[in-house]
Design a protein around this ligand. Structure first.
Ligand code: SF4
Length: 713
């Protein structure tokens, strides 16, 4: 990496779930430029504005450089000894379940694997959850319920092969820009392709829409239940597919028809023009190659799992799955949310796509992780999901938490309370790469971790494609890889035999072996996630690994673009399941005090809590300060002028930003960005406004449906 002459190196963008390949220019050990990797299947040479500014966000300033214990800089040896000793003391005094880990979709798969093995396997606590809970947990729960596995059936090529693409709860243009560019190009090449956007806001994604449905927030399940009833009424179901490959239609249809399913009634409930609704239903039912692409607008809801299921029900009923250009396609927010799911990084998962209730899974994982005489002590049931985990910390049931690569005092709902909870927690360990992450304010032990361009491992994007994120530059100061930090702690805790890792390739190989253990694709209880075909990679082969979509095994050594093409699903019956969905509105109710519906989301040029993207001046230029989008009539009713400073008040907290009066906003609704925090602005944490309501199945918070008031400042 210290070549005198510039050279190119391939890696992967660390931001969104598109997972674009990046070609980095290295000069004198520094990355001086980036471009899209023309050989990477996800982006084929494209990058969005965030990805193309990656090299502007690097550098040592603002980085965590040294370990700290109780505020004082110390050596790695001392910090690791302290982590091990304090975790041991907590377990001895309060039991294994008093220890927890809160992880991140920013971790690489190898980091995630070691964290899951250490906490669940050897510290014996089930409380391992991740910020991916905030992003796509509802999509995971619905896939598992419908298909028997957390398996995304589609691939990006499907967006180009579809005749109809439905974007629902997704501002693709801002949040997954390279996919949006691919879709836009595909549409320009295929005049017959149609695009429908379903969103309460008129977003930039509407620029390519043939039809826009400005839906009332939270009414998506009603819309898709109505579509299911319409398919039935008009004879547009695929009865052959249903007879051969699915079950549960009768119950799903009965639930959909509990409400009035006339077009006028559905249109009224969804606040959509009936003609537009009918057009959408007609388009969906008259095309075979339909992709419904959904994201946080569907997932971040107290009924997110059911909303995803309502979409899946329609695809199954129409046989619009397992074909090129067809399927229900959840797009993840983070670069490695999928990798975290693969290793078992969610509290309800065990490991390698096995759950606690999967037959023989506990025995199998125990056997696999046993090393010599060292036997893992796996918990026998699921742990607490993110919001519940922090509530358990508040009650004192969890006494020690290790937070890695995430900033929960900004990103969790009721964020002010989360900060108070962590401040009162007896032991908070934080591993991070940036020194301005607000969670560091409440940490007892701070461990400097490596960041993008230094970390070395793999990530999996939204189309199940595993790519190498390569270590190209030297870490600053004393920053270390997350897997190395946990391995050193494991050794100090007496688990050295089971954590004999010296390179991410060793960890990846172990993860790949576990994925294929006792798995017979097609037999009862088979697991779709199986990368046993990558278990024997040499270190050189791992270093050179080209992007590949799982499953990768003896049956599919070159990977798998599309799932369920044979109509066989990993459920006990081998059939996919339609499920009854009874639509329900947001839990955060509007009332006389909080009469405006709050919507939160990303802006195009920022990432998460801005710890990295705020370092680029050109990224900051897009939206330089926190803002509140509101409809002109709401602005007038509250005496607010365009660009005036305003304050939102919710049941849990406050948010200050600059008013942007926009007709794109529905009346009675406001939108605020979720990125800003105290480090960048006085009081602009969107999540401080949100009450911690969650989906009862997925545990995903209802981040899209707050209730607030607004006043001019
Ligand atoms: Fe990175 Fe996502 Fe942009 Fe691709 S679309 S360059 S992965 S932020």
């Amino acid at each position: 990496v210290h070549n005198a002459a510039p050279c190119q190196a391939a890696t992967t963008c660390p931001y969104c779930g598109v997972g674009c390949g990046v070609s980095a220019t290295l000069e004198q050990g520094r990355i001086t430029a980036v471009a899209g990797d023309t050989t990477h299947p996800a982006n084929q040479g494209r990058l969005c504005v965030k990805g193309s500014a990656l090299h502007e966000t690097l550098g040592h300033s603002g980085r965590l450089l040294h370990p700290r214990v109780d505020g004082a800089i110390t050596s790695w040896d001392d910090a690791l000894d302290q982590v091990a000793a304090r975790l041991s003391a907590t377990r001895s005094t309060h039991g294994n379940h008093a220890v927890a880990a809160y992880l991140s979709g920013q971790l690489l798969t190898e980091d995630y694997y070691v964290a899951n093995k250490l906490f669940k396997g050897f510290l014996g606590t089930p409380h391992v959850d991740t910020n991916s809970r905030l992003c796509m947990a509802s999509a995971v729960a619905a896939y598992k319920r419908a298909f028997g596995a957390d398996a995304v059936p589609c691939c990006y090529d499907d967006l180009e092969e579809a005749e109809l693409v439905v974007l629902v709860g997704s501002n693709l243009a801002w949040n997954h820009p390279v996919l949006y560019q691919r879709l836009k190009t595909a549409r320009s090449r295929n005049p017959l392709m149609r695009i429908v956007v379903i969103d309460p806001r008129v977003t930039d994604s509407c620029d390519i829409a043939d039809l826009y449905l400005g839906i009332a927030p939270g009414s998506d399940a009603r819309l898709f239940n109505g579509l299911l009833a319409f398919m039935h009424r008009t004879g547009r179901m695929d009865q052959v597919y249903l007879d051969r490959h699915a079950e549960g239609l009768e119950e799903a249809l009965a639930a959909a028809c509990e409400a009035d399913v006339t077009l006028d009634a559905i249109a009224a409930d969804c606040d959509i023009d009936p003609e537009r609704l009918e057009t959408f239903y007609y388009w969906f039912t008259s095309q075979l190659h339909v992709v419904t692409l959904y994201s946080q607008g569907i997932n971040q809801s107290s009924s997110g799992t059911d909303k995803c299921q309502a979409i899946i029900n329609c695809h199954l009923a129409g046989g619009r799955i397992g074909l090129p250009g067809a399927g229900p396609f959840s797009i993840t927010g983070q670069p490695n949310a999928m990798g975290g799911r693969e290793v078992g990084g969610l509290a309800n998962q065990l490991a390698a796509h096995m759950d606690y209730h999967t037959p023989q899974a506990l025995e199998r994982v125990t056997r696999f992780w046993q090393t010599g005489t060292l036997v893992p002590t796996l918990p026998d049931g699921p742990g607490l999901k993110a919001v519940a985990l922090f509530e358990a910390i508040e009650r004192g049931e969890v006494q020690a938490v290790w937070i890695m690569a995430t900033n929960p005092v900004v990103s969790l709902p009721d964020a002010d309370r989360v900060k108070r909870i962590l401040a009162a927690c007896p032991l908070v360990i934080v591993s991070d790469c940036m020194a301005n992450a607000e969670v560091l304010d409440v940490a007892d032990i701070i461990l400097p971790a490596t960041g993008w361009s230094e970390k070395d491992g793999t990530v999996t994007n939204s189309e199940r494609c595993i790519s190498r994120q390569r270590g190209l530059t030297e870490p600053p100061g004393e920053a270390r890889h997350d897997w190395w930090i946990m391995t050193e702690v494991a050794r100090r805790l007496g688990f050295a035999q089971a954590f004999d890792y010296d390179h991410p390739a060793t960890i990846f190989a172990e993860h790949a072996r576990l994925s294929g253990l006792d798995n017979d694709p097609g037999a009862a209880g088979w697991r779709v996630f199986d990368i046993s075909g990558l278990a024997s990679l040499t270190r050189d082969e791992y270093d050179a690994l080209a992007p590949i979509q799982w499953p990768v095994n003896a049956r599919a050594p070159a990977g798998t673009a599309r799932l369920f093409t044979d109509g066989h699903f990993p459920t006990p019956s081998g059939r996919a399941r339609l499920m009854p969905v009874r639509p329900c509105g947001p839990q955060q109710a509007l009332n006389a005090t909080y009469a405006l519906r709050l919507n939160t989301g990303r802006v195009r040029d920022q990432w998460h809590t801005m710890t990295r993207t705020a370092r680029s001046a050109r990224l900051m230029n897009h939206r330089a300060e926190p803002f509140v989008d509101l409809h002109p009539e709401d602005a007038e009713a509250h005496g607010i002028k365009d660009r005036q400073l305003v304050e939102l008040t919710g049941i849990c907290g406050r948010f200050r930003g600059r008013a942007r009066i926009a007709r794109a906003q529905r009346r009675g609704e406001v939108f605020v960005p979720m990125h800003w925090n105290e480090a960048f602005s006085g009081r602009a944490r969107a999540n401080a406004l949100l009450a911690p309501y969650v989906d009862p199945i997925s545990g995903q918070p209802e981040s899209k449906h707050g209730a607030v008031n607004v006043r001019p400042l």
